[in-house]
Structures are given as C-alpha cells and as structure tokens.
Write a protein that binds this ligand. Sequence first.
Ligand SMILES: [Fe+2]
Ligand SMILES: [Fe+2]
Length: 336
Amino acid sequence: MYTQSFNVQEGAAAVVPAPAANAPSAAQQRFDAKVSADTKIEPQDWMPEAYRKTLIRQISQHAHSEIVGMLPEGNWISRAPSLKRKAILIAKVQDEGGHGLYLYSAAETLGVSRDQMLEALHSGKAKYSSIFNYPTLNWADVGVIGWLVDGAAIMNQIPLCRCSYGPYARAMIRVCKEESFHQRQGYEALLALMRGSKEQQAMVQDAVNRWWWKCLAMFGPPDADSPHSAQAMHWGIKRISNDDLRQKFIDATVPQAQLLGITLPDPDLKWNEERQHYDYGAIDWDEFWSTVNGNGPCNKERLATRVKAHDEGQWVRDAALAYAHKQQHRTQKEAA
Ligand SMILES: [Fe+2]
Ligand SMILES: [Fe+2]
C-alpha cells in the first residue's frame, strides 16, 4: 500500500456488520491458532470484530490511495514527452485503477459495500495516502513518483503478501509485480533525463528535493508514535515496523541515487558502520499530519476531481446495471 493506515473516522464503524454476540471462545482459539500457524484467515472464517474493522479500514484506505494516486500522474498523460512515455504512463495509471478494484473487492469480502467505501472517500471521512496531495510540477516529477513513491509502496506492500487475511494477501502478490514495473519505469525515465541537458538534470534534482522527505513519511509515524502497530503485528496483518521499513527503503535507495547522479536532500544521510545502515535526518511530522488532516496543497483538488469523475460515470454504472438486468431476464425467459 502507499502508506500505513491510520485510525480515522468513527463513522467507519457504522458500516461494519454487528459482532456476533459472545463469540464462542473456541472460535477465538481457532482464529488465534490459524494466525500463529501462519494459515490464512478467509472471509467465511470467524474473526474478531476488531480484526475485521482494522482490515476494512486498512484495505479501503489502500484502495482509495490507488485510485486517488491515478490523478497526479494522469495529469501528465497528455503532456508526456514521447509516444513511448505516453504509452508507458497510460499503462501505469491503468494498473493503479486495477489495484483499486482488487482492493475494493478484497474489502467487500469483509462485509462492507463498494458504495459505502466510496461514500466515505467522497465525503472526506476516509483517508488515502497523503503523498498524492502534492502537485506534479514537471515531467521529472512523474519519474520521481515511479522511482520513489512506487518504490516506497513496494517496500510497504511486499510484507502484505504474507498478511494473515487471504484475499488481501493474494491481491498483493499481483499488485507487487506491477509496482515493480512502475518503479523501474520511473527510474529509467530519470536515467534518460540525467543523460540529457543540464536543465533536464536540474529538473530531476529539483523533483527529488521536493519528494524525498514526503516519501520517507509514507512509512507512517515512528514506531513509538504508532500505538496500533503492535496489535496489527500480533494479528499477522503487519509484518515489519514503520521505522524498519523506512530504513530498508533508505538503504536500498541511496545506491540508486548515486547511480543516477543526484544528491538526496539530507545533510545527515551517512553510512553508519556500526549499525550497517544509513543514518538520516529528522522528518517534519507536523507537515505530514497537516496534510493528512486535509491541509496539503492539493487535498481539495484531488477530492473534487474524484467526486466529479464518480458523478460523471453514473451513466456508465446505470447502463451496465440495465444490461445485466436485461441479460438476466433473457436467461430466465430462455430457461422457462
Ligand atoms: Fe498501485
Ligand atoms: Fe504503482
């Protein structure tokens, strides 16, 4: 996913089916045994209500992030610098739409409807990854999003392939394969720019300067400020802590930046021989929370675009439904 999930609106609880009264402890024991044996929990299995709610929140936030994530890059489809880049970008943006669909379907298996999830997004109650509330100012931003944003997404998502909830884990396997293509296409687009003019090289450096810290924040608050992580780890939803994922991302990205020939905008970034990891500077969490809480540069624009697209697509949904009814009617008539 594009970010760790956060606790959001209380309203989310309203869409969750009521818990079975006094679920038998044998069911809880079976659930615990499955989780500790690393066996998948499936939709028909009994599960604690808090587990179900956590997954609904996390998977729906993830789905929202995929479809809102189509917007900053979608803006560049008509301005891509060549036919090849345009074709690649269309494929990538389409993949993100597909990721959203797998994830909404996975969340639906937990007893929440697509309409409920979209309503929560469109009314501003549900969160999506804050990284998509920043603008894409030039073509280098598109490359940097592929390299760093999709790169961070992969780091977050690979452990989710082992998530205890079967439909989510299985969706992640395909998503990760596609994210890997996204990351490589971004890096390759940046390599092409770095082989270009001084101005093109400066564009890449400028875009990296603007996106680097925001990408580090994508892994979520520091472990010490992430009180729900321990429970998610216990349930086998989360496998690696926010800080450990962030460190893995930094360690993997520094050599790629060197190969690219750009400087990561952190004077404190240096190899620590003792830790065998890179040390890095302080992240501006105030900016992060301000954006999460709706005050980023593009929050309103992204939501308005999403709502408009949904409203303008109403006729497609109506037509698809009418066609399905017609088909059903015809089949019934033939069977009669
Ligand atoms: Fe994606
Ligand atoms: Fe992606």
